[in-house]
Design a protein around this ligand. Sequence first.
Ligand SMILES: [Zn+2]
Length: 441
Amino acid sequence: MPRFRSKTAAICMNLCVLTLLLATHSHAQANETPQISHTPQQLSVTGYTLPADKLAKAKALYKVRTTLYLFGMLFDIAVLWILLRLRIAPAFRDLAERAATNSFLQTVIFVPLLILLLSIISLPLDIYRHKVSLTYGLSVQGWRSWFADWCKAEAVELVLLIPAVFALFWIIRRSPQLWWFYFWLLALPFLIFLVFVAPVVIDPLFNKFEPLQKTDLQLVAAIEKVTQRGGLNMPPDRMFEMKASEKVTTYNAYVTGIGATKRVVVWDNTIRDMTIPEILFVFGHEMGHYVLDHIYKGLAFSAILMLAGLWLGRRIALAFVARWGKHWQIRGITDLAALLVLMLTLSLLTLVGEPVGNAFSRDLEHEADRYGLEVTHGIFPDNGAVAASSFQKLGEKAYDYPTPNRVLVFWSYDHPPTADRVRFALAYHPWNTPKGPKYVK
Ligand SMILES: [Zn+2]
């Protein structure tokens, strides 16, 4: 089959050309953010607003991002549809079947061909996204480092996908009716394991982490006041600082892992540019995720969505194969080439499932904000103003647009808009009411 042989050759060619292109064009970008010489100051905030120059930038960025978001969504679906019409997956399948009789080896050949092709097709869009981040000063990551991350992400994806796809088709072939349920059962422990190992195996591939005890003992001591107030016995070795400043200029902190790997991670930028009370509020928010078991809740929610998605996905994929299978040269749902049909189905379902997942996420984030306010109450004066100041800094640094479209927020925001968070922080005073605070009495 010379047609696909030249196709695979083209992929390899593209990869090599791209590597060269990126390597030669990547100037040795200074991977360092300017050190601020002043001590961070708290801002006086009455609502989330931006000065005129930053607002103009934020608006432009908001427009670019919204366009990219909408375009990206349609692009992914269009690419899958076009590849199906071009019968690319059957060509890769034939190649895999000719090269190996063993179904695992066939998967080992088929999956990387398909995934790399898809990734290369969307690479220009990824490059453009990074270009935007660089232009707006959100990122300081040079192209060489960025492309190394891209390659690592591809490798991680393949390492995870090859056994997953093999298991999926092994189950589909054995239980054409109930595979959606059996695959779900198998995927659950795998998902939990992934959450467990991600902070120690995957995350260090992309960023450097240091125990906070090593980098900032004073901060650890301040944080202990907050954990004690929340009645949480969190060992300091579960607090980490991430060297984010090597790649980005924005602020962040997050909770990750499960069981023995559960931890709070604060980006070094956040620690550098925020006052101790502001960091404590940010930490309090993350502690909220930790104490309120948001990782477990998120896992349970994902499991439910996944079950519904697999059940529905099977029906949609079967309908696609029945309608266009012949034309696409896909023999049936048990055919390895049907992976592309399943991916198209998944993309369509994600489109619909996204607002559901985001609404859930926004709710958890709001509760974490509430917890952060409650757990820092009394530790330093006027913690609402402190929280508002930290949100202002976060938003300003990321050129967060103050008045996003409400439909867009509903559909695509996984956090409440910054303006809403500031408003809530300034207005939340449950301590003098009969009901009292919700989480930290
Ligand atoms: Zn959060």
